[in-house]
Write a protein that binds this ligand. Structure first.
Ligand code: 5GP
Ligand code: MN
Length: 560
């Protein structure tokens, strides 16, 4: 199936769907699924905007509310994770995922679903070590601190994802797995984003939690965003006992702006016999059930169970009987119910309500899922004033001052209001983008089909539930991306459709290297620099609504 992957969305749904329609016409294909890698901005109204960590000048309603109100319908099933610019009150209603509008599904703080037999997982938010071991304690209306901490990744989400044993096809995160830059065209990345050089050198850029998940899950594809640059990498994982070695094709995309690489269509092998409705993942639901007792909604820091003598249980993975129980909980029907309903009024451009304050809603979708699985909705629990802190369990607590469990992590050293949105980047980008536009003919990114390599039982080898350091395999085992740079463009044809329009999908030549082996399914010719200029002009027509000055990216101050 054709899967469109989007970097940072920033509420630009109209433009993203227009771009997909444009690519569909141009390429003569039908996109089956859209995956968005965070900064989605599912802002329903003025109150939601107050729950989004973003400078005043960027507090714009954008287009999501139209899909929420029913004025428009998402033309393609859209699945997203959260980033660091979200209507956190809205996201918080759906801790286990759910519909934010018809046909638009949020994966929750962490989540796994299936579509056409393809298993898609994701982790929302960005990593900051100082909040990592806290519970999801934030509660709207947020203050200066909680409006930012609300989207920081928590250890329980990573712990839950690390209970997964069955193979993952696609994984989404907003920030990059730490170290991933060593597996791609690093020099090109640093040419485009020179201000990242130091962090890349020190290996301090990106999320150590995501790196740990990459190593554990070894998904066929991993898509990210946040750094506002297109970057592809190929990680060849070490072979594990009884299993063929797996590989992960990593791709990060830019934010939705004209002339930026924000969208890519990838061809993903589907199961032709599978349902074309979005489905729950039984293993994931079993893990949610197994870990229900670990939920913490306080700001106290918690360590997740591990096999260190302090915990009576540390393995919360799904057993055969857990899987059967979930099937029976769902009455044998894995389809995600199409049960979207509004829980807040939608924005009305003819009647703005600036005074609207964030409310605290219990979402019926969460209530329904919790009732079905016997979980507790953390939001319902809070509204009823039941303190989870009263719960007795075998978790150990720690102090917020304890060092990060990731030895190389430095994110806790910076304040959560991070001025990293360096102006250097703007200066550099203008130059860099221009250069790229002149020098790089649009190439097609070709990602190979997911390798469904598995042992006879299809399980990932049992690993310790939590390791202290996130280490990826030696990049040595990875073919240099440069080696693909000089491949004949014709060898890249086919599989990864896409790069239809410059700025939306064209990687600079060479970074399409994640490809192997190239699959020949169409007779596309390599585009030329000339062709690229034409496409660039066509692309502009998509954005007639945008002013010239808006075409220059202005990075907002934020928590990055
Ligand atoms: P956002 O759109 O999420 O506010 O910000 C993303 C921007 O912050 C991007 O331009 C990205 O380059 C920058 N950024 C995000 N994370 C980091 C980081 O860890 N280090 C640096 N130097 N820049 C970052
Ligand atoms: Mn971001």
């Amino acid at each position: 199936m054709k899967v469109a992957v989007e970097g940072c969305c920033h509420g630009e749904l109209d433009k993203i769907y227009e771009t997909i329609a444009f690519l569909e016409r141009k390429e003569g294909v039908k996109v089956d699924l859209l995956l968005c890698c965070g900064d989605f901005q599912a802002v329903r109204n003025e109150a939601d905007m107050k729950c989004m960590a973003v400078p005043q000048k960027y507090r714009q309603m954008q287009t999501f509310y139209k899909y929420y109100s029913g004025e428009k319908k998402a033309p393609v099933l859209t699945i997203f994770v959260g980033g660091n610019h979200e209507a956190s009150n809205h996201m918080q209603e759906l801790p286990y995922g759910g519909w934010v509008a018809p046909n638009i599904y949020y994966l929750g703080y962490a989540g796994v679903v299936r579509y056409r037999g393809v298993r898609i997982g994701g982790l929302s938010g960005i990593f900051k070590s100082h909040d990592y071991r806290k519970g999801h304690f934030e509660c709207p209306p947020y203050d200066q601190q909680t409006v930012r901490s609300a989207y920081h990744v928590r250890n329980i989400e990573v712990f839950k994802l690390k209970q997964i044993r069955q193979p993952m096809d696609i994984f989404l995160s907003h920030d990059w797995p730490r170290g991933i830059y060593h597996y791609g065209n690093k020099s090109q990345l640093l040419k485009r984003k020179s201000f990242l050089r130091d962090e890349v050198k020190k290996n301090s850029l990106g999320s150590p939690a995501a790196a740990e998940l990459l190593q554990h899950l070894q998904p066929a594809y991993w898509f990210s965003a946040h750094l506002h640059v297109k970057f592809a990498a190929y990680v060849q994982h070490q072979a594990q006992k009884d299993l063929l070695p797996r590989a992960t094709k990593f791709l990060s995309l830019d934010k939705c702006l004209p002339h930026r690489d924000f969208l890519q269509i990838v061809d993903i092998e589907q199961d032709p016999s599978a349902s074309d409705r979005l489905e729950y993942d039984p293993e994931w639901l079993s893990i949610l059930k197994n870990t229900a007792g670990l939920v913490n909604t306080t700001a106290r820091t918690w360590n997740m169970p591990e096999n260190n003598g302090l915990f009576s249980r540390w393995d919360y993975s799904a057993s055969e009987s857990d899987l059967k129980e979930v099937q029976s909980d769902l009455g044998g029907d894995l389809r995600v119910p199409e049960n979207f309903s509004s829980t807040a009024p939608h924005y009305d451009p003819n009647n703005p309500q600036l005074q609207r304050e964030p409310t605290y809603a219990v979402n019926p979708q969460t209530t329904e899922l919790c009732a079905c699985l016997g979980l507790t909705d953390p939001n319902a629990c809070r509204t009823e004033g039941v303190g989870w802190e009263e719960q007795e369990d075998n978790l150990s607590t720690g102090s917020a001052e304890e060092p990060s469990e990731y030895p190389t992590d430095t994110s806790g050293l910076s304040s959560s209001i991070n001025p990293d949105e360096i102006t250097i980047e703007e200066e550099w980008e203008e130059e860099g983008d221009e250069e790229a536009a002149i020098q790089s003919p649009p190439a097609r990114l070709v990602l190979p089909s997911p390798s469904r390599t598995s042992s006879s039982d299809g399980l990932i080898e049992n690993r310790p539930p939590f390791s202290l350091s996130a280490s990826l395999p030696e990049p040595m085992g990875v073919s240099s991306l440069e080696e693909f740079t000089n491949e004949e463009p014709a060898r890249h044809e086919g599989a990864g459709l896409t790069d239809g329009i410059e700025g939306n999908s064209s990687p600079p030549s060479g970074d399409s290297s994640a490809a192997r082996p190239p699959k020949r399914i169409s007779g596309e010719n390599a585009a030329t620099g000339e062709g690229m200029k034409k496409m660039k002009r066509r692309n502009q027509t998509i954005y007639t609504a945008r002013g010239e000055e808006e075409e220059e990216e202005e990075e907002e101050e934020g928590d990055c």
